[in-house]
Design a protein around this ligand. Structure first.
Ligand code: RIB
Length: 289
């Protein structure tokens, strides 16, 4: 079974601020840093650090060498990365004194993934290989339709939520990893049990994993059984990439069983919020113990 993350890679420009800037305000940051990030990139790193052999597919711009170098350092297969003459995607990230963030994304080369690229890349994967997707690249719907035709296992983290998600036939998705915001958008409910029940009713074959930040994780399996696990609480430094860490570790450990996968992913996410940056904060498997 091969694990393919088909997704975004960004250069994260991080600004530490007292409070996230308000409308009309100009503020100074106390520290500025550049990190490798992007939801696809981070999730691939989390899979790889959890000791899963990982393939990453996406499109990097002319300034993407630092991203490729990091993927290679983490032993991720980079054969299916396309290069463009334009700039990479980047993210402007403010992190406040509580470790909370706000993010603006400029898609850059992440939006240069075309149907023919997808056809060529997916030729190398087949039935029962797993594809992990997010919503920061072009042609997401086409990728899902193709992967479904190939009978791949499809895991989707529909983040960030926008209209592209409404175009997707979610009945093609095997594993849906969402947070409360995405859960509300997709189900129409705020209450976490209602989110899970509504999604299960609509998509009975889908495993839904709902992350609730400091309130932990709840999920509903194909039998309609709800399982909840509290979060591991730590001192928060920076929450950026915690969801990606959870997703990568969950998918990597999924074959061990749902409860064990949630437990390991929860611990990995806790370590990640105690450190700065997105991919830079993702722990190695040895650290989880
Ligand atoms: O989930 C965190 C990521 O979101 C950051 O690395 C940033 O690039 C944005 O994609």
């Amino acid at each position: 079974m091969k694990y393919l993350v088909f997704g975004s890679a960004n250069i994260d420009k991080v600004y530490n601020v007292e409070e996230i800037v308000k409308k009309g305000q100009t503020i100074s940051s106390s520290k500025q840093s550049i990190f490798a990030g992007g939801k696809g990139f981070n999730q691939a790193i989390a899979l790889a650090r959890s000791k899963t052999e990982t393939y990453f597919a996406g499109c990097l711009g002319k300034d993407g060498d630092l991203l490729i170098d990091q993927l290679k350092k983490d032993n991720i297969n980079t054969d299916y990365i396309k290069r463009s003459d334009n700039d990479c995607g980047h993210a402007i990230i403010q992190v406040d004194k509580n470790g909370d963030n706000s993010i603006i994304i400029a898609p850059g080369s992440n939006f240069e993934i075309y149907k023919e690229d997808i056809d060529n890349i997916l030729l190398n994967f087949d039935k029962q290989d797993l594809i992990l997707l997010q919503n920061e690249i072009s042609n997401l719907k086409y990728i899902i339709d193709k992967a479904y035709e190939l009978e791949m296992i499809i895991a989707l983290n529909p983040s960030p939520y926008n209209d592209a998600i409404n175009q997707i036939d979610l009945s093609k998705v095997d594993i849906l990893l969402i947070n409360e915001v995405e859960g509300k958008e997709i189900s129409g409910y705020e209450d976490y049990e209602m989110i899970l029940k509504v999604l299960h009713k609509k998509y009975p074959k889908m495993l839904v994993v709902l992350t609730l930040g400091s309130k932990g994780v709840s999920c509903i399996n194909k039998e309609g059984i709800i399982y909840h696990k509290d979060a591991v609480l730590v001192r928060t430094v920076d929450t950026t990439g915690a969801g990606d860490t959870f997703t990568g570790y969950f998918i990597s450990n999924f074959e061990k069983g749902l409860i064990e996968a949630i437990d390991i992913a929860n611990k990995a996410a806790a370590i990640s919020v105690s450190r700065q940056g997105a991919s830079s904060s993702i722990p190695y498997k040895e650290e989880i113990k």
